[in-house]
Design a protein around this ligand. Structure first.
Ligand code: FNR
Length: 413
């Protein structure tokens, strides 16, 4: 009798969570690589159900750091609403369509995407891992995924740009109260090769975050997430040579400007030579204003439920916004994306691409650069397989007709 081991191809060792884009044709999927590596008892670096990462990270991270990443505003109601909105929409797979040669490539604001996924701006990543944004920049580049670097990054934007090399990078601006510093950030970001400006609208003030309050833990006060300020000539010039403690104090004063209005947007247009995207839009009325202001794109997002408690689930906000402006601007989406199915749902409801936040921060915390790569590769395979199994060979096959909505809780027949 031929034993199982005799019936299989010999194992060729290969690093798990590596980039196989450069390897021999046809490229092996992550799924194939994982199963083949299992023959040599090599397991994936992290769980493949990405929704399991938060729990694992809680076991392994410093509690304050985990709370900072996982936590949300107030009672956590908006985080729950984000998850619930995804669960209400269900995919209705179609059968016997040709999905033998799928392509989910697209171009979004000049970025070439193999799959419509970008890394959301998540600040302070050195809380998660000593390599912080540098590891994320390297992982993103190796897989061809655009990264959006936060103003609150824990390395200076120029350092992240070097780590990202020839990758595609966008810069998220948290508009400082000091206009000279704001202008300086824009100049530096353009010089460092950031191609799209993403203005966060929802962080003019810091939300009420009980988990951080209970820990009395605000990382900025401890010198994390202030590196773009401490490396900025305009900011330093305003300090007049004061020490680090005074610099951090000053940074707290200038971070966020609650007086900003729609009338301020021309300041950015005059100083940014490329697309501008507004992040944090949750109403059709604001989406209309973004289009009227000549913005190139919007991110429908509630900041992962970290700012307004009791807020609308981000996916619930998407359909009316797409109906209002979907044909006139590029609509991106984030908040609550945890799986390939979630991506399919957001795209079917009209988003051109999605941003992921916490899952890659947990991947970073648990396994550094390899952990980020794992998250991105797992998400890509999961998305592609869900698309194919649902009968979609290209992004053009996606529409709300692929989904059905369950009745809201309490209204079931
Ligand atoms: C964020 N997010 C964020 N957004 C932004 O525009 N600037 C920032 O500095 C940060 N910082 C940040 C830190 C941490 C720890 C988290 C978890 C998130 C929000 C982020 O870009 C994105 O909107 C959400 O993370 C998306 O929700 P999910 O994927 O985390 O559910």
């Amino acid at each position: 009798m031929i034993g199982f081991a005799g019936a299989i191809a010999p194992f060729r060792p290969r690093r798990l969570s590596g980039d196989n884009d450069r390897m021999s044709q046809p490229p092996e999927s992550y799924q194939e690589e994982i199963y083949r590596s299992g023959l040599a008892d090599v397991l994936p670096v992290l769980p493949c159900d990405l929704s399991a990462l938060e729990h694992l990270a809680r076991e392994r991270m410093a509690p304050q750091a985990h709370d900072y990443i996982a936590g949300g505003a107030g009672t956590g109601d908006t985080i729950r609403a984000n998850a619930a909105a995804f669960r209400r929409w269900r995919i209705v797979p179609r059968m016997l369509t040709d999905v033998s040669g799928p392509s989910y490539a697209s171009a979004v604001l000049g970025a070439q995407l193999a799959v419509p996924v970008l890394l959301a701006p998540v600040g302070l990543l050195r809380l998660a891992h000593p390599d912080g944004e540098l590891a994320v920049a390297r992982a993103a580049r190796s897989l061809g995924t655009p990264m959006i670097l936060a103003t609150a990054s824990s390395v200076a934007m120029e350092e992240a740009a070097v780590a990202n090399g020839g990758g595609t990078r966008w810069f998220q601006l948290s508009w400082p109260r000091d206009r000279q510093v704001a202008a300086s950030f824009l100049r530096r970001a353009q010089a460092a090769g950031f191609s799209v400006l993403v203005l966060a609208l929802d962080t003019r003030l810091l939300g009420w975050r009980p988990r951080d309050l209970d820990n009395a833990f605000l990382p900025f006060l401890r010198g994390t997430g202030v590196q773009n300020f401490l490396s900025d000539p305009a900011f330093l010039a305003g300090l007049g040579g004061a020490g680090q403690a005074a610099a951090i104090q000053r940074r707290m004063q200038v971070f966020g400007d609650p007086s900003l209005t729609w009338d301020d947007l021309p300041f950015l247009r005059e100083r940014w030579d490329g697309p501008i995207v507004l992040k944090g839009i949750q109403s059709a009325a604001d989406a209309q204003r973004a289009v009227e202001a000549g913005m190139d794109g919007i991110v429908v997002s509630n900041h992962g439920g970290r700012q307004v408690d009791g807020g609308i689930g981000a996916l619930d906000a998407l359909p009316p916004i797409v109906a209002a402006v979907g044909s006139r601007t590029t609509v991106l989406f984030d908040s609550g994306v945890r799986s390939g199915a979630d991506i399919v749902k957001a795209l079917a409801l009209g988003a051109r691409a999605v941003l992921i936040g916490r899952p890659y921060a947990y991947g970073l915390a648990l396994a550094g650069e390899d952990g980020v790569r794992h998250v991105l590769r797992a998400l890509r395979d999961d998305f592609e397989l869900t698309m194919r199994l649902a009968g979609c060979a290209s992004l053009a096959d996606l529409s709300p007709a692929l989904l059905t909505a369950l009745p809201p809780a309490g209204q079931e027949p």
